[in-house]
Design a protein around this ligand. Sequence first.
Ligand SMILES: Cc1ncc(COP(=O)(O)O)c(C=O)c1O
Length: 418
Amino acid sequence: MLDVGSIRRDFPILQRKMDGKRIVYLDSTATTQKPESVINAIAEFYRNYNANVHRSVYKLGWEATDCYEQARKNVADFIGVKSEEIVFTRNTTESLNLLSYSLEGKLKKGDRILISSMEHHSNILPWMRLEERGINLDYINLTPEGFLDIEDFKSKIKKETKIISITHQSNVLGTINDIDTLSKIAKENDSIFIVDGAQSIPHMPFKMINGIDYMAFSGHKMLGPLGIGVLYGKYENLSELPPFQRGGEMIKEVDFHKVEFEDPPIKFEAGTPNVEGAVGLSAAIDYLKKIGMENVRSHEKYLTRKALDSLSTLKNIQIYGPRDTEKRGGVISFNIRSEAIKRKIASGNIHLDGLLHSHDVASHLDESNVFVRSGHHCAQPLMKYLNIKGTARASFYIYNDIDDIEALVSGLEGIDVQ
Ligand SMILES: Cc1ncc(COP(=O)(O)O)c(C=O)c1O
């Protein structure tokens, strides 16, 4: 059991009262709050170590470089890989765009890319860019419970399928995909296997497996600052991949018409990097390690079970995604059905499906300081697949407790659906 009371005291923003009441922050899937230690690590970097990295021969420059490279090592250790396999980017989105650009040369017209119907736009649009260049983009179907349909997955893998890119945990359904099995199937076909880890790395113990070629995640979703992200790539893959951007820092030698690039990961980090971001992310990892990722996962399982059970007692709720907490993470998407809306279908701010608009649900909860996300969650193809416009979504992290779930449920009870 986590000592949530003591964890909450580490998060200055959670001490805030709004309209005299506590904040119930249930949107960690979008971004997490930051503990004091992360905020301090960033301030400490600027107070004592700030200089540009990898270029200065003076002492302060060495120290700044050391802070940056120590952060890289901490990230690498956290997921069980080598430092030189960690590329710092802005976020998951940039990591996946890097891959889309750098892998383009490996593809020819008629090749195929396979993703799933539960992907975030970040793991769709970079591949759609290649579709516009003559590559076929296929989507794996889902089962009615919200799992990947493995038979459909197998049937859509062709010999032309050069890239398979799948989310580890859905940011809408909460589904945890069995990356081990999927990677084995991908490797039998010699496909490049990419994992979007934006929602898994922050929430569960994870060590890299051999079948994964590349993995992307974001610092801000795991207690770290905004604007720092990670791309993991097997060293031999990164070595043969061309850079995504070019400029300062990432070269060994430049002539008037010729360039020799640095080795990975620096080859992929053109320009001055986000050193404060890396330092902050490293402090966030230290914080998570202190809690223990097993404990993070058990706490979220516990809260998710409680939330699913309590929410299911509401008469008008429609919950999406698997019910088995062993196979899902701490994010719950739902809609509220309304009989009144069905009757008042002509009157405007409503959908023909008889569901309250998710923004109305979120705005109602906001009145009691319960902060949930609403809308399509950057997963519009999934919304189309589910035949809905959007959902309200509550997500949990280490600083949430049963009081937060009770506040959510009682807020929803207060919605007039008649
Ligand atoms: C599954 C998933 N992938 C990718 C992203 C994009 O992350 P970022 O906005 O940090 O690039 C998100 C963000 O919510 C996500 O949930």
